[in-house]
Write a protein that binds this ligand. Structure first.
Ligand code: TRP
Length: 863
């Protein structure tokens, strides 16, 4: 359907003439209003130039608008826009410059001229819509498209903010008029079904959020705050960033939204959240419009240490370059869109002054904004008057920042894209065209959709940079990483510290020169923004319930487990024979423990050596006094045997000290049991002798004959032999052997001698017990026998001690862990040996050495 028919329905702005309105016969318009075509409301373009082909431009020349009056008792005044934006004004001028440049070129659109109509969107969707409608409409009744031929509007350059672009795109869409945005980066535009005529010369935000996510990961900023403006741009960017952060170690501490209509109370609440949070990095998706009042309030709040991460929408906003912002915003890092060079821009901008455009309100406002004066001051105006010929200098950076234009460069590219497409369209050779039946577009009646075809296909270079659009109308993703540093005048300068090239393979996209970055508050290191400090090796992370994964506690590893990396999630168990060190950072071989020559071992050694020495000393005394009565009376041979056995007993406790080896284990119990058996056998022999000697009532009773020295030796031999046999059986069948024991203490290996066959072990002990008990019973019977020196009572006593020691030994042995069991056993050996030694030999030694007078037959035999 032809555009011409659609226009009248679309524009309620235009009251149609009866002549034009097909259904006019049915309407009952007052006759006076009926016959003329008048604009319902006219919107003057801010800049306009006629040409063979006209393109529209929509720029946010003001960053604010007054809310419309809802009173409908009178005709509403045109929406009032406030806050002149010199930056957007520069973009608009860039469009004019580009068109003028193209018109002068002989190689691009020769013989044709481009025209333009530039409107203000006031950075607001509703006003953007007005601009879109206005750009479609003719300027006067006489050029009202429905009243006069075809719409000459072929394409629209615009809009800036995505929220406005969405509205503009929706309005242009039914007419298939292509639009090329120079600043709308919202990822939402990739939906070709919803925005079929949308093109842009700025990368899609999907790339920007990817870049921001990589930046956060790169600097280990794992706890970040997100602040956004209340518009599609902010909403989609935050959504995208959250999606991008999934699966990384970065968590979002808070998400805040600056309201569309700036509200100080709400802003202060957001700042309170920022102040209280430990997230020092704040990513902001917003534009100058909201950011300016927000940051002004922020500066009054005395919040320090914030590292701002700026999105492309405000990272190069010249409003913030003023020196007052430096202490608060210095160090900000952000992603700036690609810059370029427009050689004539600076000169061109300088040509604009109030005298050249006396009727243009915007130029007046520019002067007001830059010089604070009114070039057309009437008496009573608020600002001081000025000539209007003041020179524009670089210091008027809000307007004159032309060295490295970014958005302006996009505008420039967009205009060239239209021109090149149009050029290609006009080059179309009849019969080879892309349209139905290989037709071309008609030069004098080009339809915008025909231009769209060529836009989609266009590819050209501007200063070595390739410009084209992909199938979704997007352009090449490339960002500069900018860092806000202090300039010479104390103002803020944007310093390039790296780049993000989305066309590079994954992982190589982000390049940062870290040494060039200046951090906020002059700190030399990268700011830290984490929820919980990382867990050192030796501990692991424990996630806090209901909190993001970046917030965790560090729990030290249990003993026996280690973690050797920072931030480990789990502690790993040490292998079998290893144990954790004190710091729980490495597994070290377990300590092997045994009864060694430590204090306990040394004490036992000393005691046993002492015992052996004392026994030898007693032996010497007895040997020296072997002819005295007391030695002879008590069967000197047996006494020497006992002393010999006791010496061995003392010495065999030494086998228990030191590292258990195959031999020492075998030796331990066997040596001990055999020497003790020998010892007790001797004592038993002695007891028997005593008993026999005194029970032999009549002299010549031959009981003594049966217990002569020979028999005594036999008894001793046999009863010791039994023990030897038991031991031999033990050693052959299941000998004790060294065995590492990890049961008592998990952190140590206790090297002990396993007994092997425990039956044999208890048999051996039982046999000694049996011998001792027998000895005890016999000695007990003989204790009251006459004689001044009755050995039986000493034997009874010694056996009592012996049995007591060994009875006490059993529970102590069973319950002592590992190496202490050895100590207990060796101690029992020593104690019982000392018991025997003292009970049996102390009284005699006393008489021999101290009371030699008593050492006579008479004395001992008194009765
Ligand atoms: N890239 C932003 C966008 O797509 C840039 C922008 C321009 C903007 N003007 C704005 C963002 C106003 C928010 C508000 O929208």
């Amino acid at each position: 359907m032809s555009l011409l028919v659609l226009f009248p329905f679309l524009f309620s702005l235009c009251v149609l003439t009866v002549r034009c309105n097909p259904i006019s016969g049915l309407t009952s318009l007052p006759p006076s209003a009926a016959k003329v075509c008048t604009l319902h409301n006219s919107f003057e373009p801010n800049f306009v130039a006629d040409g063979d082909y006209v393109i529209g431009g929509i720029f946010p020349l003001h960053y604010n608008q007054e809310m419309p009056d809802l009173n409908s008792t009178y005709r509403a005044l045109p929406v009032k826009c406030n806050g002149f934006d010199p930056r957007a004004f520069r973009w608009a001028q860039t469009m004019r410059l580009a068109v003028e440049e193209i018109n002068l070129r002989a190689d691009l659109l020769p013989n044709y001229t481009l025209g333009y109509k530039i409107f203000d969107s006031c950075a607001y969707p509703l006003t953007g819509m007005r601009a879109a409608l206005a750009v479609l409409n003719g300027l006067r009744e006489s050029d009202s498209p429905m009243c006069q031929g075809a719409s000459p509007l072929l394409a629209v350059i615009g809009e800036s903010g995505s929220a406005q672009s969405i509205v503009v795109s929706r309005i242009l869409q039914p007419f298939r008029i292509p639009m090329i945005s120079y600043f709308s980066s919202c990822a939402c535009f990739t939906d070709r079904k919803q925005y079929p005529t949308f093109f842009r010369v700025i990368p899609n935000d999907d790339y920007q959020v990817k870049a921001i996510a990589q930046l956060l990961v790169r600097f280990n900023w794992t706890w970040v705050g997100l602040v956004r403006g209340d518009h599609e741009y902010g909403r989609f960017a935050v959504q995208g960033l959250l999606r991008e952060l999934q699966g990384t170690k970065v968590c979002v501490a808070y998400q805040e939204m600056i309201p569309l209509l700036y509200n100080r109370k709400r802003a202060l609440q957001i700042m309170e959240v920022m102040r209280l949070s430990s997230a020092k990095v704040v990513v902001v998706f917003s534009a100058e419009g909201e950011m300016t009042p927000f940051l002004r309030d922020y500066m009054t709040q005395n919040i320090t240490g914030i590292q701002w991460v700026a999105s492309e929408a405000w990272v190069t906003a010249s409003v913030f370059t003023a020196s007052e912002f430096y202490p608060y915003l210095g160090g900000t890092i952000g992603f700036g869109i690609r810059k370029g060079h427009i050689s004539r821009l600076s000169l061109y901008l300088q040509t604009i002054n109030p005298q050249m455009y006396p009727n243009n309100m915007l130029v007046k406002e520019l002067w007001e904004a830059l010089y604070g004066c009114d070039p057309f001051a009437l008496p009573g105006s608020l600002l001081p008057p000025c000539s209007g010929q003041e020179s524009l200098l670089e210091q008027h950076s809000a307007y004159m920042n032309t060295s490295n234009p970014r958005v302006a460069y996009n505008v420039y590219k967009a205009v060239y894209a239209v021109a090149h497409s149009l050029h290609n369209l006009l080059l179309c050779q009849l019969g080879t065209g892309p349209f139905q039946n290989k037709s071309c577009a008609q030069r004098n009646n080009i339809h915008p959709w025909q231009l769209q075809y060529y836009l989609q296909e266009v590819e050209f270079n501007i200063a070595e940079e390739k410009v084209n659009f992909d199938l979704k109308g997007d352009s090449i993703p490339y960002y500069d990483i900018l860092n806000w540093q202090r300039g010479k005048g104390g103002n803020i300068e944007f310093v390039n510290v790296g780049l993000f090239d989305g066309t590079k393979p994954a992982g190589e996209e982000l390049v940062i020169q870290e040494d060039r970055i200046m951090w906020p508050c002059f700190t030399p290191q990268v700011p830290v923004s984490i929820c919980s400090a990382s867990c050192l090796p030796g501990s692991r992370k424990a996630v806090r319930r209901g909190e993001p994964v970046c917030c965790f506690d560090c729990v030290p590893c249990d003993s026996g487990k280690i973690s050797n990396q920072t931030n480990s999630i789990e502690c790993t168990l040490c292998p079998e024979d290893f144990w954790s060190n004190n710091d729980r950072t490495v597994c070290i071989p377990k300590k092997v423990e045994f009864l060694g020559y430590d204090s306990l071992g040394i004490a036992l050694t000393v005691i046993s050596m002492m015992g052996a020495c004392i026994t030898i000393a007693v032996f010497a005394v007895f040997f020296y006094h072997r002819n005295t009565v007391i030695v002879r009376i008590n069967n000197s041979e047996l006494s020497f045997f006992i002393l010999f056995a006791l010496t061995l007993c003392f010495l065999c406790s030494l086998v228990f000290i030191g590292k258990p080896t195959f031999w020492s284990c075998m030796l331990r119990h066997t040596a001990f049991s055999i020497t003790f058996s020998l010892c007790i056998s001797c004592i038993l022999g002695k007891t028997l002798v005593v008993l026999a000697a005194f029970t032999a009532t009549r002299p010549g009773d031959n009981i003594m004959k049966w217990l002569g020295p020979k028999q005594q030796r036999t008894i001793i031999f046999v009863s010791t032999l039994i023990q030897v046999i038991i031991c031999a059986a033990w050693l052959i069948d299941d000998p004790p052997s060294p065995s590492p024991n990890t049961q008592y203490e998990r952190s140590k290996i206790i090297l002990e001698c396993s007994v092997g066959s425990s039956i044999a072990f208890w048999c051996v002990l039982g046999y000694i017990g049996l011998q001792a008990s027998l000895c005890f019973v016999l000695a007990f019977l003989a204790r009251r026998l006459p004689g001044n020196f009755n050995e039986a009572k000493f034997i009874t006593f010694s056996m009592l001690i012996f049995c007591a020691v060994w009875l006490a030994f059993i529970p102590a042995y069973v319950s002592s862990p590992g190496n202490y069991a050895d100590a207990v056993e060796s101690f029992a050996i020593l104690a019982s040996s000392f018991g025997l030694l003292f009970c049996l030999f102390a009284p005699k030694c006393y008489i021999i050495l101290l009371k030699p007078k008593k050492n006579t037959k008479q004395h001992l035999m008194v009765k």
